[in-house]
Design a protein around this ligand. Structure first.
Ligand SMILES: Nc1nc2c(ncn2[C@@H]2O[C@H](COP(=O)(O)OP(=O)(O)OP(=O)(O)O)[C@@H](O)[C@H]2O)c(=O)[nH]1
Ligand SMILES: [Mg+2]
Length: 233
């Protein structure tokens, strides 16, 4: 198997729909999922590049693995559930810190999933793909108002750029990187992944130009010689 040229990682709280989004995009279906254990990846060929897309576990007990999956990532998809405000809060409090190991020019997308469950449905501000954004067959349960507004995701995106000390001028605009999706209906799912694929290609090319990732070979590590003065002198 050819080594992937770049990596995209999905992060977010349990149950927000990370696995379902990936399954919808890669397998073109919405099916039952089980809560992810550890992580798993799909390989996607995009133009002449092979991109690995990593699905991670949102469960607290696997939290420690997150930064390992993010290592060298060209893009991170921070996923929340539009009907659970706490899942957006968790992105900042629990998941953003895991992205320290990502590429220095890593891109961030913020994705509010499960829009099909709110009464605004998929109508707000986003282009739809082929599938209808309406209820996916059967009798839909009564829908309440969406609990997280898109503007809140946009605010988080801007906060992330500040936190990462990235200049807004050098990064894609928040409006381009904040999506509302439904893995169930397919709303905006292709748009999300394919926008990111196009954007990560330049990141991959830059990573290649910089050579292989910096790794530490501990077998070659020599401890610094101790001086007589020690640390407190
Ligand atoms: N209505 C609706 N349900 C969804 C959507 N996406 C996921 N679900 C459901 O939400 C539940 C959790 O989905 P998963 O994709 O397993 O969530 P996850 O983020 O991968 O969860 P972990 O693996 O535990 O981190 C499942 O019952 C899905 O069927 C969506 O867009 N709309
Ligand atoms: Mg999962």
């Amino acid at each position: 198997m050819r080594k992937p040229d770049g990596k995209i990682v999905l992060l977010g709280d349990m149950n927000v729909g990370k696995t379902s989004l990936l399954q919808r995009y890669m397998e073109r279906r919405f099916a039952d999922t089980v809560s992810t254990v550890g992580g798993a990846f799909y390989l996607k060929q995009w133009r002449s590049y092979h991109i690995s897309i990593w699905d991670t576990a949102g469960r607290e007990q696997f939290h420690g693995l997150g930064s390992m999956y993010c290592r060298g990532a060209a893009a991170v998809i921070l996923t929340y559930d539009v009907n659970h405000p706490q899942s957006l809060v968790e992105l900042e409090e629990r998941f953003l810190g895991l992205t320290e190991t990502a590429s220095t020019d890593c891109l961030f997308a913020i994705v509010g999933n499960k829009v099909d469950l709110s009464e605004e449905g998929a109508s707000e501000g986003c282009e739809t793909e082929g599938d209808s954004p309406g209820p996916a067959g059967g009798s839909a349960p009564s829908k309440g108002p969406k609990q997280v507004r898109l503007e809140e995701a946009v605010a988080l995106y801007k906060k992330i750029l500040k936190y990462k000390m990235l200049d807004e001028k050098d990064m894609p605009a928040a409006e381009q990187m904040c999506f509302e999706t439904s893995a169930k209906t397919g709303h905006n799912v292709d748009l999300l992944f394919e926008t990111l694929f196009d954007m990560v290609v330049p990141v991959i090319l830059r990573q290649r130009a910089q050579g292989p990732p910096q790794t530490v070979d501990i077998s070659r590590y020599k401890p610094p010689e101790r001086t007589k003065s020690g640390c407190c002198a």
